[in-house]
Design a protein around this ligand. Sequence first.
Ligand code: UDP
Length: 490
Amino acid sequence: MGNSQEHIVMIPFLAQGHIIPFMELAKKIQETTDFTITLVNTPLNIQKLKSAQSSSCKIHFASLPFNPLDHNLPPNTETTEALPLTHVIALFHASTSLQLPFQELISELTSKHGKPPLCIISDVFMGWTNQVAKLLHITNVSFSTCGAYGSAGYISVWQNLPHRSLESDDQEFVMPGFPDRCKITRAHLHKYVRNADGNDDWSKFFQPQISLSLGSFGWLCNTVEEIEPLGLKVLENYTKLPIWCIGPLLPPRMLDSSSSNEIFGKRAGKEPGLSPETCLQWLDSYAENSVLYISFGSQNTISPAQMMELATGVEESGKPFIWTIRPPIGFNLNEKFRDEWLPHKFEERMSASKRGLLVHKWAPQLDILCHKSTGAFLTHCGWNSTLESLSQGVPLIGWPLAAEQVYNSKMIEEEMGVGVELTRGLESCIRKNDVKRVIETVMENEGIRKKANEISKMIKKGARPINGKKGSSLRAMDDFVSTLLSISRV
Ligand code: UDP
């Protein structure tokens, strides 16, 4: 399928959690077509991406001029991961300064290829690309790196700010556009959404960018339509656009039932804290579904008091565990881990009894989740972590911290029934007994495990051809490509 003269341009938001799925999407489009694909970003991000690709990678890269110092950002900060939350909003606003250079780049690429790009695929947070696309008469498709429920939750809350008029943080409200059963409180929301009133810096970024993205030709979503029927319905109602669910954007081997012993290895730009081999050997000594894996994603951590209580609860649960651990909030994430952040002699005790493996900073998550001994994942509910876990039928314990994670956590528990939320945010006061109770509830409940296995089957079925019949995500990708080609012929 495809025409070698066609080219498309893709532009993710300035965050690893967006750049990685964009790169995976680019590879997927390349498997289906022979389009020339140019992935665009800021100089440092492009430099990192380029160096992580193998020599066989056919994706083209283009940098737009960007100087963090012009936006009161520290030098060399071009992704959200490199910044404290107080500075992140400055990076969001700075991303809109890419509009003019992006427009110039599109004109250059148009001259080079002798015709405009077939399509611009832009991050939902880069809604301004729609203005460029309109000006240059190019189709713009938005790509949401979140799931459907999470994307719909984001639109619902940012566009309506329904919590503004509530009397207290604990008063429940229905998320606009969702059925009555989908209730949250202001306390559920991340502090920058909780305090938004439409005139703050966060609203001034999210509201216009989401509105502009709603003016796209269509949306691509990193999910499988069968696993999120409600989220997809609400998202369709909000966007009134075609939505192609082309996920999950995971390494193909995670979707293959025939297990192999090959390891996934390290991910671009991250040094593993422990080798995959060490983690896998450790897991080999435990029974099927008996180990708890704990991680808060690529950039988050919890408060010192929460870390203490979590460690005590995990120890008292008696379950073996692997914990990707970082310095708690208030400390430099790159500083050496201090024993005082954990209960007295915790690491020493866990190591001597082989009860727990603490992995500092970065763990080989895909290898851990694919191992048969891993029985549950205590997660911040980042969408990649959620999909990775569910693709392997591993039930979840939710502790959402930021972004759309709170909606993911709700969906995991209330719609899918594949997990339980332990707590949320950095300010919550968790108790060791709650930690112990939720771990037992999730790890010893065969109903939750069965549902997680059903979701795993749906994900694999959607993403693969079975007996010559393509799953829904493969059909969505074919439809997306043929729709683009058909509009280009009009
Ligand atoms: N990840 C990993 N090792 C770690 C922490 C994270 O490999 O120690 C990977 C994980 O597999 C996932 C990504 O980092 O692909 C985290 O993405 P997610 O959307 O879950 O959360 P974010 O980091 O964007 O908050």
